[in-house]
Design a protein around this ligand. Structure first.
Ligand code: 2AL
Length: 170
């Protein structure tokens, strides 16, 4: 799909197509629609990112809380959004061994307790072995820094999903 097609979309179509580029946050696509026309992928994503950056802390935490756990029960049951299911499966998170999965689940639970939101990582950019290491590392970061890191991961996921939709190289 090219950018002219994006610019020609009415509100409903735009939210249907782009409503999950920020996981389970169609409101952001609804707000971005009014910023058209867009000159290209970079311009389009700039508006998604600016919306997130402009949110109060409670809103930014809310965006993070809309993300599913990595390698969680929903992945095993196939109850994630289509994008998330694809990303987590492709990253091999469905095939963790029992011991790895247990350790990952323990660490994600500790992370949620410490920061109040789930661990978010753009898994398409990492390999299965790196995810637990990164989780253990970020678990020790100060909360304000970790919020920034997690929102950066949300933006990477958004970039990859937008590139898929526009048929562009990420
Ligand atoms: C996800 C997800 O669903 N896809 C991805 O790359 N990361 N979730 C998460 N909690 O990091």
């Amino acid at each position: 799909m090219d950018i002219e097609k994006v610019n020609s979309m009415d509100f409903g179509e735009f939210v249907d197509v782009f409503g999950n580029v920020i996981e389970r946050c169609p409101l952001i696509a609804a707000a971005v629609w009014s910023k058209r026309p867009f000159s290209g992928l970079g311009d389009l994503e700039k508006h998604f990112f600016a919306f997130i950056d402009g949110l109060p802390l409670s809103g930014q935490e809310g965006v993070l809380r809309c993300h599913p756990e990595l390698a969680g029960r929903q992945l095993q049951c196939g109850r994630l959004t289509a994008e998330s299911q694809r990303e987590q499966s492709a990253a091999g998170l469905q095939n963790l061994g029992a011991a790895e999965r247990l350790r990952f689940t323990e660490l994600t639970a500790q992370y949620r307790t410490r920061f109040g939101f789930p661990f978010v990582l753009a898994v398409r950019l990492s390999d299965p072995a790196a995810a637990p290491r990164e989780l253990a590392r970020r678990l020790r970061c100060p909360p304000a820094q970790e919020l920034r890191t997690a929102l950066g991961e949300v933006k990477k996921i958004c970039h990859l999903r937008l590139a898929d939709l526009l048929g562009e190289q990420p």
